[in-house]
Design a protein around this ligand. Structure first.
Ligand code: GLC
Length: 438
């Protein structure tokens, strides 16, 4: 399974990869982590041929669609309404600071112009436009970070070894040809990191496909080293549902806030790396025509605020339509969240999870000597804050800076609100004594 020759070649050419286990992030990388951590909110876009089937991005394997038949979708893919400017403008207006785009999902179709397979948006469709290039140019123009999702799984390629998914797509050889597939991925990653300007992160997915095959070696250290060599500031995250591996720069959670595990994919420990959790705006990653069950603005904002309270970013997903537009409800939600972020973003961006751990009533975020108390669900006008040993100098309602009464009590302070809070998020800003929050 191992590409001894390739590893050998890499070691000769790039001695830095000799000891990938001693990964030392560069200065640019650390700055990029900081920027990422401060940005708090991103939009995930799952787009591929699967949008046309309109039943989510797993249809190929769920329905055991033959890979040669499935590939014929490409000949009819013409997202005539795709407009990168509109996408990026709408996303930027939501307050999101980055976009993570699926360059190639498990179906194996490349949404960018790759030289290493014709099965791509330019060579394989009548559309013939490099969607990623248009998106990347627009992101760079509008000053929003671009992250690239890249699947380690491929249900289309014959050289991709079978994992526990994609077994019914008719590919002839279960073993595949790892060397060939690994080279293909590294070649594509090189294209992605050299042809589309500055890339904020590579977001890997699919490691778990071989979790029943403990001997499988994805050869990640060499791949990670290559990415960092090409763009040192590019962050690496892997949706493997494990604590981060050496060479990774961020820790990803799927469908759960760090430390929670309702969806069953997030039992891993929380590391000290910047954290991100992803969630769907309706119930599916890829476009699903029957799923109009979009989360309410309140729910979305609560999720974002709760993520911030856990010191994590929220990567909120939208599945673009086959015609190239973002669903109208998603656009509405983006606009609403944007309105909220414009007013309250100061209590989210650049903050860290607050010194009061998340509570059933809400969370706290902090910046400098300010503690922001986000009250999401409280049935009383009084709130106890466990701030023992910390001096509270002032309490105001964030929205209008109206002073609020508070009283020191045993083990903390009591905060008195004028009414029972009903807003999406009632934010109280506390000025604490110098250094209290460090
Ligand atoms: C899962 C799914 C995938 C989706 C991803 C997003 O791992 O395989 O379809 O892209 O989660 O988090």
């Amino acid at each position: 399974m191992k590409t001894h020759f390739l590893s050998f070649l890499l070691l000769i050419l790039f001695p830095a990869s000799i000891k990938p286990q001693t990964y030392q992030p560069t200065k640019e990388n650390l700055e990029s982590r900081q920027e990422f951590r401060d940005s708090k909110f991103g939009i995930f876009l799952h787009w591929g041929l699967y949008a046309m089937l309109a039943t989510g991005e797993w249809t190929m394997t769920n329905k055991n669609l033959n890979y040669k038949e499935y590939a014929k979708l490409a000949g009819g893919f013409y997202p005539s309404k795709f407009d990168a400017t509109q996408w990026v403008s709408a996303i930027k207006a939501s307050g999101a600071k980055y976009i993570c785009f699926t360059t190639r999902h498990h179906e194996g179709f490349s949404m960018f112009h790759t030289r290493y397979s014709d099965y791509n948006i330019v060579d394989g469709t009548p559309f013939k436009r490099d969607i990623l290039k248009e998106l990347a140019d627009e992101c760079h123009k509008q000053g929003i970070r671009l992250h690239l999702y890249y699947s380690h799984i491929d249900w289309f390629r014959e050289d991709a070894p079978w994992g526990r998914t994609g077994r019914g797509t008719g590919r002839p050889n279960a073993a595949g040809n790892w060397n060939s597939y690994y080279n293909f991925m590294n070649n594509q990653l090189t294209e992605l990191l050299t042809g589309y300007g500055k890339i904020g992160a590579i977001w890997f997915d699919g490691w778990w496909d071989q979790d029943r095959n403990p001997d499988f070696d994805w050869q990640l250290p060499e791949q990670y080293a290559m990415i960092h060599r090409l763009q040192p500031a590019c962050l690496i995250g892997n949706n493997h549902h494990q604590t981060p591996f050496t060479g990774e720069d961020i820790q990803i959670f799927e469908r759960d806030l760090p430390g929670e595990n309702r969806a069953g994919l997030s039992g891993q420990d929380i590391s000290s790396l910047p954290l991100e959790t992803c969630e769907t705006m309706n119930g599916m990653w890829g476009y699903k025509i029957t799923d109009q069950d979009y989360k309410s603005v309140r729910t979305l904002i609560h999720y974002l605020v709760k993520a911030a309270g856990k010191d994590a970013n929220l990567l909120m997903n939208i599945g673009p339509q086959p015609d190239g537009e973002l669903p109208a409800i998603a656009l509405e939600r983006l606009a609403e969240v944007g309105k909220w972020m414009k007013q309250y973003g100061e209590t989210i961006y650049g903050t860290r999870g607050g010194c009061i751990a998340p509570r059933p009533w809400g969370v706290t975020t902090q910046k400098g000597d300010k503690l922001f108390v986000h009250i999401l669900d409280l049935q009383d006008k009084v709130l106890f804050l466990p701030l023992e040993g910390k001096k509270v100098k002032k309490a105001v309602r964030f929205a209008d800076k109206a002073p609020l009464k508070f009283q020191k009590c045993e083990k903390g302070v009591m905060l008195y609100l004028s009414d029972i809070p009903t807003d999406i998020d009632t934010i109280v800003e506390l000025q604490l004594g110098k250094g209290a929050l460090r």
